[in-house]
Design a protein around this ligand. Structure first.
Ligand code: ATP
Ligand code: MG
Length: 435
């Protein structure tokens, strides 16, 4: 096959190889899903010796597609034209039909979840969200996500959503199906179908809207939502523990220390705080705690408010960490801390770049207002969590602070490298957490 993937891939926004020099992009797997639809796994190699595998669903046509999305046109191969099938409504509907019949095509297996009714006649449209994958929304009912960068192993997003969905948990987007293949004898997940939450709002947008009003003398209360969010997170944790178990474990001191070293190398402002942070982590060595499967990368951007309730989405765990690490049981305080860190970001974000001077700090009044907002919402979130679970995350104060520190340290390293204007947010938090 001569489709020019080497030219096409770098133009796709989900392409992850931008920082490297691409040497080759060749189809390694080609499975016919339908007479005019192929599933192609493209292997890329880079000048630094690394490689990646991408999923491309190709719709074949006899004429070039001129009225569709120009970015979706891949090119010509032996007199036919290849087009990104996810952008083609009839092909997307055909993919839906494959889920509905739990079809097998070559090495590719589609699985519909038991008891699920798929919207087989709904019209598909590609989601406009800035994503590392590609999602197609069917009417108001379902969202199909095709993973772009493929790796072998168990995908925690499918794994945990399946457990939560089958247990009837109301705080996740119900998993409707998934599809996968194998790669060197290991399972290789390719994508998933989940219930779509129409007219939902992202937690981050709601929280920052509330926080912005703090600085314009407005009055908007997010505490009721924070309380319900705490309840939702607790309910997800309870089902994960119930279905997948919980065991004795420990705070991961070594990985926290390693992350601290990496962050301190990027953020010189962190240096004076390193000994105190290390002491906090080391003090937890050997301290027993309970661990279970958790979300792993929970923040306000991973929760959606529907007209009824809060949903937790994207159980992929922390991006950039190996799949095995992401599936490792951890304390539920990991997720609580992630959410509390997100409250700080939501409160301080409107203050970034506010002043006229480049490095102007927010004034004391603004900082006090932000601090109060954070306290109120932290309290509400923890109250909601405690009410639903019978376990107050604040009761394990030392451990919770350690998880918050671990996250804030990671943020400091990230901000120092990518968004120096934001660095004061985690630094301020680290100082407060240590005090
Ligand atoms: P990222 O690259 O940011 O991790 P992703 O490709 O993994 O993105 P998701 O995070 O699952 O994709 O979803 C992207 C966006 O689509 C979300 O931020 C959310 O706004 C929206 N979304 C995800 N799932 C649903 C759903 N079930 N119902 C409605 N909207 C959803
Ligand atoms: Mg994601």
């Amino acid at each position: 096959m001569t489709l020019p993937f080497i030219e096409w891939l770098p133009k796709q926004r989900w392409y992850a190889g931008r920082s490297k020099k691409l040497i080759s992009a060749r189809p390694a797997v080609d499975v016919t899903l339908h007479e005019d639809i192929d599933l192609i796994l493209v292997d890329t190699t880079y000048a630094d010796g690394s490689s990646e595998r991408y999923q491309v669903l190709v719709k074949w046509t006899s004429e070039p597609v001129t009225d569709g999305n120009p970015i979706a046109a891949i090119g010509e191969d032996a007199g036919r034209f290849g087009y990104d099938a996810l952008h083609d409504p009839s092909a997307a509907r055909h993919l839906m039909a494959l889920f509905d019949s739990s079809a097998t095509r070559g090495q590719v297996v589609f699985t519909k979840e038991p008891g699920v009714q798929l919207p087989v006649d709904a019209s598909p449209r590609v989601s406009g969200a800035e994503q590392s994958n590609t999602s197609v929304i069917f009417g108001q009912a379902a969202m199909f996500k095709a993973f772009r960068r493929i790796s072998a192993g168990i995908n925690p997003d499918i794994e945990l959503n399946r457990v939560l969905g089958r247990a009837g948990n109301p705080n996740v987007a119900r998993l409707m199906g998934s599809y996968s293949t194998t790669w060197d004898g290991r399972p290789c997940p390719l994508g998933m179908m989940a219930a779509f939450a129409p007219n939902s709002a992202e937690g981050w947008d709601m929280a920052t809207a509330s926080a912005r009003e703090l600085y314009s003398e407005g009055d908007s209360d997010f505490c009721g939502e924070s309380y319900r969010l705490g309840q939702a997170v607790a309910s997800v944790h309870a089902v994960l523990a119930d279905q997948l178990g919980s065991t004795a474990g420990e705070f991961p001191v070594d990985s926290a220390l390693a992350r601290l070293a990496v962050a301190a190398a990027s953020a010189p402002d962190l240096a004076p705080l390193v000994p105190a942070i290390e002491a906090r982590f080391n003090a937890l060595a050997g301290e027993p705690t309970t661990v279970q499967r958790v979300h792993g990368d929970l923040h306000l951007g991973q929760v959606l408010r529907t007209s009824e309730t809060w949903l937790l989405i994207d159980f992929e765990g922390e991006p950039g960490t190996p799949l095995e690490d992401r599936r490792r049981p951890d304390s539920t305080l990991r997720d609580v801390a992630g959410m509390l860190r997100s409250y700080e970001y939501a409160a301080y974000q409107p203050l970034i770049g506010q002043g006229s001077g480049k490095n102007e700090e927010p004034d004391d009044k603004q900082l006090a207002a932000a601090g109060e907002w954070i306290d109120r919402n932290t309290t509400a979130f923890c109250d909601g969590y405690a009410a639903a679970s019978g376990r107050d995350p604040r009761a394990a104060h030392v451990l919770l602070v350690a998880y918050e520190l671990d996250k804030a340290v990671y943020e400091a390293g990230y901000e120092a490298r990518h968004r120096p204007a934001w660095l004061p947010i985690p630094l301020r938090s680290i100082a407060r957490l240590l005090s």
